[in-house]
Design a protein around this ligand. Structure first.
Ligand SMILES: [Mn+2]
Length: 328
């Protein structure tokens, strides 16, 4: 059950009243609402605290569901908003490598029309022998690029221990596919005070993805952006299978923004633009895409990163699709 009340005092009173009847309850302030939630299918009768709305949800994820909050939730990244009605593009290299690399990329993607800069400092790599990221040095270089261009920066957090460090530099924190169900990390991000870009695990269902978002919201952070990045199927021709249906489904079932990553499912730069356009056509609010000044010599994901020229082409085509769908 989800209850919306008129004040913090009423929220706390309602939580106490429900708990006195032996049912667990959580109080959260999210998206301008005072909310009390109890586990799904745990209706309590005869409550005395006045409530504005009591909603019985038909899903396990409650806070992030569109069943009670029909208006879309915009999420602010730096001074820019990601949400319904406009196209938001995050671009940058897979990994931060050198000062020159990140600065030239930041300038190029900004000029082409990107809204935010991405760059990995802590890299989740399949092999322990491959480049693991520059760590804090990478974060410092990202901050320099923000200073030079004004673009907000997003980067992945892997280890909950690095949270204070990443919070210090990043405007939004990425949770990678491999960490989507790292519940310790998700709970900590609930208290991080920064927007979260939550990638879908490549072996996870849509419901598991939405429940991961619910974890972050229930622990106090409503600024969550869902990111579809491809799943693993029987077909290994492309690196992953982009699940465009998941984007359409998530847009209808949650009020949170949904974006797509065309780079990792493509695995090859020749397929990134078509996948990006499919992501937008399926209803996503934006893209997160890998761009590198010299992709062939990149220290990670060399095959799939776009050149500056290709990124310009992507932005032009993406804008045309967005316009056709009534977005700006
Ligand atoms: Mn990558």
């Amino acid at each position: 059950m989800l209850y919306v009340v008129d004040s913090r005092e009423l929220g706390k009173a309602l939580k106490e009243e429900i708990e006195s009847k032996g049912v667990p309850a959580w109080y959260v302030e999210l998206w301008g609402h005072y909310i009390v939630v109890t586990p799904p299918n745990s209706k309590v009768n005869g409550l005395k605290t006045p409530v504005r709305a009591a909603v019985e949800l038909k899903t396990d994820y409650q806070l992030v569901s569109r069943q009670w909050k029909r208006d879309p939730t915009p999420v602010k990244i730096g001074d820019r908003e990601i949400g319904e009605g406009r196209l938001f593009i995050i671009a940058g290299p897979c990994s931060v490598e050198t000062e020159e690399q990140i600065l030239t990329t930041a300038k190029a993607v900004k000029e082409a029309g990107a809204d935010a800069l991405r760059g990995g400092a802590f890299k989740p790599r399949t092999s322990p022998y491959t480049f693991q990221g520059l760590g804090e040095r990478g974060l410092i270089l990202l901050a320099k690029a923000r200073e030079a261009t004004g673009l907000p920066i997003t980067t992945e957090l892997m280890d909950p221990e690095d949270l204070p460090l990443v919070v210090k530099y990043a405007d939004a924190i990425q949770v990678g596919a491999r960490n989507m169900q790292n519940f310790t990390l998700l709970k900590k991000l609930g208290r991080a005070g920064k927007p979260v870009l939550l990638k879908r695990g490549f072996g996870n269902t849509i419901d598991e993805w939405l429940l991961a978002a619910e974890y972050i919201a229930l622990h106090g952070n409503g600024d969550v952006v869902l990111v579809e990045r491809g799943i693993r199927t029987f077909d290994r021709t492309l690196r992953f299978t982009l699940d465009v249906g998941a984007i359409a489904y998530a847009k209808q079932h949650t009020h949170l923004p949904v974006i797509g990553d065309p780079s990792h499912p493509a695995g090859d730069r020749r397929f990134v633009i078509p996948l990006a356009l499919a992501i937008l056509a399926a209803g996503a609010d934006g893209l997160i895409v890998e761009v590198h000044p010299d992709p062939d010599n990149a220290w990670s994901d060399a095959k799939q990163q776009l050149t500056f020229e290709q990124f310009k082409e992507l932005v032009e085509k993406a804008r045309a699709v967005a316009r056709a769908l009534g977005r700006v």
